[in-house]
Ligand binder design. Structure first.
Ligand code: PHE
Length: 355
């Protein structure tokens, strides 16, 4: 065995017995470095004849490759061992309970939407949605709103183009149109969502929430509307008895139309719902106008029904004693912490809404 081969055998066993990355690193320069054993052996090539050179060089290259493989295998092994040891040492027991558990809160508006959806799903309503950016047709024209109606005024409506064809919906009623156009009667839906009007004070914000209701079938009448709303208000305020009054009103898309007030009284500045002689308006409703049905490809001779639009924020204020609507949308964490709901307390029909 030549001197070179002896040294190579030694290096091989040194690599194999290394346990630390520093050890194997220093071997690298002894073997593959500028003055390492491989380069020194290559230098001998100069003294050889052309035929000898070929096989001599091939042999060194073979040995070099072998050493490189062993070296790579060993250094990977050492590096992996380091990582595995680190992971073992730093293991976290994720089954241990969290000590200071900071839990987010559900906004009262989301809570109230969930509560209302529960109440209406119990009597067969399903939930529909529509976009916040609407076209003029769905928001006004299809809903039988005349060209000169005050609601179309620039001051109330946020138009998104000069032609006044695209807008931020001013109510959830366009979801009625979308629902009827895409399906066949009967319809029994609610549609909660954001709505927009150019208005701002203690009880108005430019963005607010409404919930639309629509029930179209054969032989639906005002009595069904009254019964449905009576049931809803009792369930929502979690009271046995409710004082409710229908006041004649006007909406272009319903005939007859009414606004609904609920009776309340004040006790130490707290609102007690269902008794007393004060009245609070909470929703608009009526029997869907035959023109709206026609615009939505529903035959008014065969089908009729009712619709209503509830102000969600106002209901949330009433039920949970919040007196400034603007605070709803200020994103103040302290406010949310106080008025918000536990995300694990999802309202259900069988366990209760807010208890
Ligand atoms: N869209 C009406 C509003 O925003 C409410 C409403 C809905 C009235 C459905 C009647 C029927 O004021």
């Amino acid at each position: 065995m030549s001197d070179f081969e002896k040294k190579i055998t030694e290096f091989k066993s040194k690599i194999k017995s290394s346990t630390k990355i520093e050890e194997i690193d220093s071997l690298r320069s002894d073997i593959f470095g500028k003055n390492g054993i491989i380069n020194l052996e290559f230098k001998k090539l100069g003294a050889l004849s052309p035929e000898e050179k070929k096989s001599f060089a091939a042999n060194i290259n073979k040995i070099k490759q072998e050493l490189l493989n062993i070296y790579k295998f060993k250094s990977d092994e050492i590096l992996n061992k380091d990582i595995i040891e680190k992971v073992e040492k730093e293991k976290i027991d994720i089954t241990l309970p969290e000590k200071d558990f900071i839990i987010g809160k559900v906004h009262p508006v989301s809570q109230v939407i969930d509560e209302i959806s529960c109440i209406f799903s119990e009597i067969g309503f399903s939930v529909e949605e529509g976009p916040d950016v609407e076209n003029e047709y769905n928001n006004f024209t299809a809903l039988n709103t005349p060209e000169n109606h005050p609601a179309k005024d620039m001051h109330d409506t946020f138009y998104l183009d000069k032609d006044m064809k695209t807008l931020l919906r001013t109510h959830t009623s366009p979801v009625q149109v979308r629902t009827m156009l895409k399906g066949k009667p009967p319809f029994k839906i609610i549609a909660p969502g954001r709505t927009y009007r150019s208005d701002s004070d203690q009880t108005h914000t430019p963005m607010f929430h409404q919930l639309e209701g629509l029930h179209i079938d054969k032989n639906i009448n005002m009595g069904h509307l009254k019964g449905c709303l009576n049931y809803f208000i009792k369930e929502f305020f979690e009271v046995e008895k409710i004082k409710m009054r229908f006041r004649p009103s006007h909406f272009p898309f319903t005939e007859p139309s009414a606004e609904v007030d609920i009776g309340y009284r004040l006790e130490n500045n707290k609102i007690i719902i269902g008794e007393g002689d004060k009245w609070l308006e909470i929703l608009g409703c009526g029997m869907v106008h035959p023109n709206v049905l026609k615009n939505c490809k529903v035959d008014p001779k065969k089908f009729q029904g009712f619709a209503f639009g509830i102000g969600i924020d106002r209901l949330a204020m009433l039920k949970y004693g919040i007196n400034d609507l603007r605070s709803f949308f200020e994103c103040d964490y302290r406010w949310l912490n106080h008025y918000g709901f536990d995300p694990l307390d999802v309202p259900t029909n069988y366990r209760g809404l807010s208890r």
